[in-house]
Design a protein around this ligand. Structure first.
Ligand code: ATP
Ligand code: MG
Length: 421
């Protein structure tokens, strides 16, 4: 029997089971066995076709969340914007969604076109239509190993282009985060954004102001902690989106070349850490992005008569609060950011007990890395940075020898950080 054109048989595509995690396969097989349709979809299929190794696998099915839930003991229904099922295998999590329709009469839309709720189940064809980019609307079945290509994502993948499904402007208005996804995915996958998909972005960028700040924190992580942070930062600048995420940062970049150097050094460093499987804390880059705005704010308060220390500490809270209006920063990270900043004032004070307490501070390592990156754009910090490099690895005797002899001597009280990156 001849298959319809959009169904690609196993010998005409490169997706194979060996590229898919055992847990995702388990879920697909169990859904099929219970009589449901089930597909691997989205980034999983797309990345395999591009020869990459996807980290997460999204599954979609015609089973309802309740039906999925009853098949997997280790699962729970979660209902953020949409109702989904999370199936847990130890630390591995597989997300399963029911086919969703993009049905105007059932969606709740704000006046400006933004979709507030849509939880209407549909057919696989409808599910494909409501996805964002054609390359994300490819479905792989383990029943017959076919790829279902409803929106011609395969042709776009071959052309290495990212194309919005439907009318780009309407789709961005429905969900402005799609603008960030366009930039992030094009950068991550080295795809060109198709001209009509690209065109509305700079004009519609202000719509990002309506997106809940908590959702933007999740996007921030994906954009900056996915291994291509530096390229993504540049792309966000190019497309006029950076100012909608980090307005204070964006406003100072043009006038402070050394701040930009500092940021790029930090992004490059983060990308390298990720490439070599080192841990990265989401707080670190936010501390970097807000560093110059923090210094500027502190300086303003100083000119009004406040001493530097008070101005600096007061400005920390102000900057974090201002930034959280755009991207919310969970408390556990804002505490880390404060520590990194506060240690920038302490690290130059190399005497007595202060040195030992700084060295033993749980955030010493992050603060030291931060100082090293600052030193890349500010030669006046080189000496302090090198001193700490030497000090932390020295044995106890050498460390004591590095400290000033007269413990009572009060030198360089609370040296003020330089007014640049
Ligand atoms: P990656 O996992 O590499 O970040 P992804 O495309 O898989 O990329 P997910 O957030 O895992 O991103 O989303 C899975 C799929 O859900 C996408 O491929 C896309 O089909 C769909 N999707 C995600 N976000 C949206 C959105 N804002 N609008 C429409 N469809 C979306
Ligand atoms: Mg994914």
């Amino acid at each position: 029997m001849k298959q319809p054109d959009h169904i690609i048989p196993r010998d005409q595509h490169t997706v194979s089971r060996k590229d898919i995690s055992d847990n995702a396969l388990k879920v697909l097989y169990r859904l099929n066995k219970a009589g449901y349709d089930a597909f691997l979809v989205g980034g999983g299929v797309r990345d395999i076709l591009l020869g990459l190794h996807p980290k997460d696998f999204d599954i979609t099915t015609n089973a309802t969340p309740e039906q999925i839930r009853s098949l997997f003991r280790n699962s729970r229904i979660i209902g953020r914007r949409f109702k989904l099922v999370h199936i847990m295998f130890g630390r591995d999590l597989i997300e399963v969604a029911t086919f969703r329709a993009h049905c105007a009469s059932n969606t709740q839309q704000a006046k400006d076109g933004m979709i507030l709720r849509d939880n209407v189940y549909g057919t696989i064809e409808e599910d494909a239509e409501r996805r964002d980019f054609t390359v994300n609307a490819l479905y792989y079945s383990v029943k017959d190993f076919t790829v279902h290509n409803y929106c011609n994502g395969l042709t776009d993948l071959r052309k290495r282009q990212l194309r919005m499904i439907g009318d780009p402007e309407t789709r961005y208005r429905e969900d402005p985060v799609r603008m960030l996804r366009a930039v992030r995915l094009a950068t991550k996958l080295d795809l060109t954004i198709e001209p009509n998909t690209l065109k509305p972005i700079s004009e519609l960028a202000p719509l990002l102001e309506q997106v809940p700040a908590a959702r933007l924190f999740e996007e921030y992580r994906k954009m900056f902690l996915g291994g291509k942070g530096e390229a993504t930062f540049k792309a966000l600048q190019t497309h006029g989106l950076l100012g909608k995420l980090f307005p204070a940062t964006n406003a100072l970049l043009a006038e402070h070349a050394e701040f930009e150097t500092f940021i790029h050094a930090a992004l490059e460093n983060t990308d390298k850490r990720i490439a070599s499987d080192n841990t990265v804390n989401p707080a670190f880059l936010i501390a970097v992005f807000l560093w110059q705005p923090l210094l500027e704010r502190a300086h303003q308060l100083e000119t009004k008569g406040m001493n530097f220390n008070d101005a600096f500490f007061k400005s920390m809270g102000y900057m974090l609060c201002e930034q959280s209006r755009f991207i919310s920063i969970p408390k556990r990270y804002s505490l880390v950011i404060r520590d990194i900043w506060a240690l920038q004032v302490r690290l130059p004070q190399r005497h007595g007990k202060k040195v030992w307490s700084a060295l033993n501070h749980p955030r010493f390592r992050a603060a030291y890395d931060f100082l090293m990156l600052r030193a890349e754009s500010d030669p006046s910090l080189r000496e302090i940075a090198d001193w700490w490099t030497k000090f932390q690895d020295a044995d106890k005797d050498s460390q004591r020898a590095m400290l000033p002899k007269n413990k009572r001597r009060k030198t360089s009280r609370r040296r003020k950080p330089q007014n640049n990156g």
